[in-house]
Design a protein around this ligand. Sequence first.
Ligand code: SAM
Length: 248
Amino acid sequence: MNTSSSSTTELPQLAKIWQETIDWCPTESQQLQLQSLYTAVVAANQQLNLTRITEPTEFWEKHLWDSIAGVGELIKSPSALKVIDIGTGAGFPGLPLAIARTEWDLTLVDSTAKKVGFISSTAPKIGLTNVHPVVSRIEDVGQNKQHRHQYDLALIRAVAAVNVCAEYALPLVKIGGTAILYRGNWTQEEADGLELAVVKLGGEVSKIDRFNTPLSNSIRHCIYIHKIADTHPYYPRNVGIPTQKPLG
Ligand code: SAM
């Protein structure tokens, strides 16, 4: 890779995040996959309007680094986890995690067909065989036996209000598994509302991980919800209801 940070087509090897990326993605083939993912997003973005984050440094921090950092210590999990990424968009956080942990099995769901089409064509091109793209509303996926209570880990970044994210994610997680809600700022009001919602969904908030991104120093909170009981069949409610009447 080019070491110049002025390149518009290659990811810069910025010292501050490069070492961490090497820890997560130690092989040259993984590092090339990160580069190939970036190149594919930028190329497809001209037609598909996938993301506003295309400048290489910002892409590295806000898509690649942020996606992997959000799972915290779980990135070192000795198990091969079954993971679902809800409202994945152009594949974040799912695709960087699929590159970092090739033995994880990742289902990437989005309701927008063009975004899932991008993932379906890009994953094999960059050599990923552990990615399963699905076009659907997540409310339908959560009521489908193939997916309900099937996942060790459910991830959701930048999709909806926090209680809506909990209703989308928890029905998909098996008992003993974890949902991680990727958030920016985090307020006491959100925390109080979430506590009430997760009880109804069979979960409990187990950890709130607060950190700053390495370059722009933006605030992140990752909310970990441990699944302690099956979710009642009533949840998730029909398409559109979770956003119209958020749980509280
Ligand atoms: N997670 C990606 C990221 O962080 O870059 C994309 C975030 S984008 C702002 C939100 C995505 O969620 C959109 O692609 C949208 O289509 C998807 N989405 C919103 N509600 C959804 C639902 N109920 N079911 C499936 N996808 C949904």
